[in-house]
Design a protein around this ligand. Sequence first.
Ligand code: DCP
Ligand code: CA
Ligand code: CA
Length: 361
Amino acid sequence: MERIVLHLDIDYFFAQVEENEHPEYKGKPVVVCVYSGRDETSGVVSTSNYEARKYGVKSGMPIKIAIAHLKGTGAVFLPVDHELYSRISQGVMEIVSTYGEKFEYASIDEGVIEISEAAHRSYGEAKEIAEKIKKEILGKFHLTCSIGIGPNRLVAKIASDFRKPNGLTVVKPDEVGAFLEKMDVDKIPGIGKKSRDFLATMGIHVVGQLRDADPALLGEAFGKKTAGWLINSAKGIDETEVGIAWEQKQVSRIMTLKNDTRDLDGIMNSMKPLVQEIADEIREMEISFSSVGATLIDENMKTFTKSRTLAHPTGDANEITKIAKMLFAEIISETKMNFRRAGIKIEKLEKRKGQKTLGEF
Ligand code: DCP
Ligand code: CA
Ligand code: CA
């Protein structure tokens, strides 16, 4: 059965988040930096917005070189704020995950979903889903992203990179050959600089040449297994599943307590906003859960986790509080330590009965 896979990549991610945090930077070159601390400008560029890229700034470039490129432009240089990006990443990916049957968190700014059923195996509907996702992410997070749709993860990922920023590229099964043929071989994820240079010595520069290469020769150069993968990739063949089935997703929150404590009521009090956040997500995602988990981390950073499976799925956030309290009490009774961090999660998620199922979007 043919699949439809969607790959989403957020545009100039860290820099776009910073633009949203500081609207006054919009229109200026913005460079997000990993400072090494040796001196004020040592370190490398993490990423930059498109204004900075016009001046030749690239990820991985020494900050000093970026400064030289951007002299006199009024460019803004900022340190990375991983906590912020990862919070926003999770929010975005939670949106993405609800649109498909299977979801995979591919990297901090990339998510993959299988939408074969959600799109009723239609590329037209798949495109509509992509447009909805873009709209929702723009509405909720003020972020643009680029999306690729194809018959498998490989083609979808390459398609997501094809038109940037704010791109949407759909590659139907019968278009895969023509789509890949003229691309440089290093557009295939997994072919890095070394393999590219080596392939070049064999006269192989573009994907079409790789596709038509002699498997025996490639086998001698790369080993049989890698050669097989190279040729399949060049043909746009990729059987790998999209990661986690939707039901295996979880929603979790963890926090550092104000004081180290083993007081159950105090811990439950601190958990209120976390339970509220989880409850909000349950409502937004229209899900029910049938497992609740609780985590406590003690003064020595030792982690204790317990979970309980319910007899029936529920969407009731009061159940979370009730069960979490029970689980926290159990953990506390098993040790004499005080606890520094506490967290709650819900698992075994499904779309709520009576609501639209994933296939009916
Ligand atoms: N990143 C990094 N160092 C690199 C490459 C990337 O720290 N050498 C970080 C910053 C990026 C994020 O990872 O914002 C995502 O990487 P991408 O390669 O997807 O690049 P961007 O999202 O920044 O830009 P694009 O619009 O090209 O996707
Ligand atoms: Ca990106
Ligand atoms: Ca990326």
